[in-house]
Design a protein around this ligand. Structure first.
Ligand code: UDP
Length: 374
């Protein structure tokens, strides 16, 4: 029986573990935390019984049929549309930027065609091929909307100038010329009825899988296995030999109250007048439940220091240089596979993570089949 070690019990590790267990491998998962599901972990708040997304809100959304089918095999999902608001000095606005935001912000009554024309006029023509976040934003929406909704937020979240960040970060957000205020464009958008940890628990519940929590990985662990699936930080795997990759981390101030504290699950604070980026009121992520109490998490962002949990890969040019050195090392590995956000150092949504984990599992299964045939 092929023995597999999976390092990390988040979505990546759990999906590969399950696929290989189904295939007949003996899989052992280790995770340094005391719980599974990685940063998607959810648990009931002790005081209020509200389902809390411990490491920040996760709203599952995907266009990939295989991924949607996959997650539905492991638990019940409830459709959920994320409607985010932005609070700035002049008022509360609708996000992502849509016709309502435009009409509120410019105090106009534009229809879609008028708004499109107006924004086109405001959009900068200086960057036919935007090379960074700021150029991308100025080319899409012009300076006024950029400075009100993106500049300060991005500086706070990423701790650097938007001119040093890739344009791809902004491309995550749509700009719409209708009143659709759904934060995502994806075909399927949902939240697991009993939380993400419940889904991951179901994924890894298999007779061929064993789990060890509170257990850090060490390179010598690899010796006892035929195959290692590593989902931790790639620089850590190589003992930071080529340097440390930059990440932003986030932390929260938690506050309790009665009733409805902000009237919405997420309100962003793009202005630099506040130090935090957004406030989450977790009970609004489960509108099918009823809670008299409430708990809100005010989110701050900072540079990752020793012991902090890495969240957002910064991918600045220095980071990409370091990354390429680690990628050379990865190419030399024969029995270790690197998968997921931290191991590939990319800003990936949950669905992309599951999709890549399924693809990797297919490749591994195909190669194991060949090995057993030969
Ligand atoms: N962003 C912003 N203002 C907002 C929301 C987002 O400037 O009100 C920028 C910010 O740089 C962020 C990026 O858009 O990193 C992508 O936003 P998204 O909501 O996808 O970020 P996530 O939920 O992954 O933190």
């Amino acid at each position: 029986m092929i023995k597999v070690l999976v390092v990390g019990a988040g979505f990546s590790g759990s999906v590969v573990a399950r696929e290989l267990a189904n295939f007949g491998c003996k899989v052992h998962i280790i995770d340094e935390r005391e719980h599974i599901a990685g940063n998607c972990h959810t648990e009931r708040d002790e005081k209020t019984n509200i389902m809390v997304h411990t490491y920040g809100p996760h709203i599952f959304n995907t266009n990939i049929p295989r991924v949607w089918e996959y997650v539905n095999k492991y638990g019940e999902w409830v459709s959920y549309v994320n409607r985010v608001k932005a609070s700035i000095d002049s008022g509360v606005y609708s996000l992502p930027i849509n016709l309502h935001t435009i009409n509120q912000f410019f105090q106009t009554n534009f229809n879609p065609t008028e708004a499109r024309k107006y924004i086109k006029k405001l959009a900068s023509k200086d960057y036919p091929q935007p090379t960074n976040f700021e150029e991308q934003a100025l080319s899409m929406i012009g300076r006024g909307l950029y400075e009100a909704f993106f500049k300060g937020y991005t500086e706070k979240q990423w701790g650097c100038s938007p001119t040093s960040l890739p344009a791809s970060i902004l491309k995550r957000l749509p700009v719409r010329f209708n009143y659709d205020d759904n934060y995502y464009n994806s075909k399927w958008q949902a939240i697991p009825k009993h939380g993400y940890t419940h889904i991951v628990q179901n994924i890894i519940s298999h007779e061929n899988i064993t789990l060890e929590l509170g257990r850090s990985w060490d390179i010598s662990d690899n010796d006892s296995y035929d195959l290692v699936i590593y989902t931790g930080p790639v620089d850590k795997y190589f003992n930071y030999s080529h340097g440390q990759l930059g990440y932003r981390t986030v932390f929260w101030e938690k506050e309790y109250g009665k009733g409805d504290l902000q009237g919405n699950a997420v309100i962003n604070y793009p202005s630099t007048n506040q130090l935090f980026t957004r406030i989450h009121e977790h009970k609004h992520f489960t509108p099918w439940e009823s809670h008299d109490q409430s708990v809100i998490f005010t989110e701050f962002s900072k540079e990752t220091e020793q012991g902090d949990i890495p969240y957002y890969p910064k991918r600045l040019s220095d980071d990409l240089e370091i990354l390429s050195k680690y990628q050379e090392e990865i190419a030399k590995q024969t029995k270790v596979k690197f998968v997921g956000r931290l191991a590939t150092y990319r800003y990936l949504n949950m669905d992309a993570i599951i999709s890549e984990a399924l693809d990797l599992s297919d490749i591994i299964k195909a190669s194991l089949k060949i090995d057993t045939m030969s």
